[in-house]
Design a protein around this ligand. Structure first.
Ligand SMILES: O=C[C@H](O)[C@H](O)[C@H](O)COP(=O)(O)O
Length: 150
């Protein structure tokens, strides 16, 4: 598969993830230059939505900033995962298309397990199709209309 990858820092964990992606035969799509975490999250999100990548992986200290930035790209469903069960569930029940991980909190072997659990879960649960479709902004919905409904 083609997997877009970006991280705002590098350590043993990010290196293990990149090595696992390449070692497992994935084509890795990476940004050409170093950027801050908001732009990196957006880069990966756009790569997935544009079809340059099948899935995305974002990493930053917490994993949260890149996840939030990726999720601002319409069509992106980025999920922060810290163990394989969460990663598998994000694919099965949320059809997550971007995996976010903390480069500070996950040991290299755990990050690789999480990555593989995510990428090795090919199809979401059909029973969740309605919920997954409902994640996207609904026709005519804006921040103002959504707030008004509460
Ligand atoms: O959510 C943000 C990330 O965890 C960043 O990796 C962290 O805040 C460090 O970012 P910076 O190097 O820009 O201070």
């Amino acid at each position: 598969m083609r997997v877009a990858f970006a991280s705002d820092d590098e350590n043993e964990t990010t290196r293990a993830v990149v090595e696992a992606l390449a070692g497992d035969g994935h084509e890795v799509v990476r940004p050409e230059s170093a950027q801050g975490w908001p732009d990196l999250g957006r880069f990966v999100g756009r790569a997935v939505v544009d079809g340059r990548a099948d899935f995305g992986v974002v990493m930053c200290w917490t994993g949260t900033g890149t996840a939030i930035a990726a999720n601002k790209v319409p069509g992106v469903r980025a999920a922060l995962a810290w163990d394989p069960w969460i990663a598998r569930g994000a694919r099965l029940w949320n059809d997550a298309n971007v995996l976010a991980m903390s480069l500070k909190r996950l040991a290299p072997d755990v990050a690789v397990e999480v990555l593989r659990a995510f990428l090795d879960t090919p199809e979401p649960d059909p029973d969740e199709a309605e919920n997954i479709a409902a994640i996207e902004p609904q026709a005519g919905e804006t921040a103002a209309t959504t707030a008004g409904e509460r």
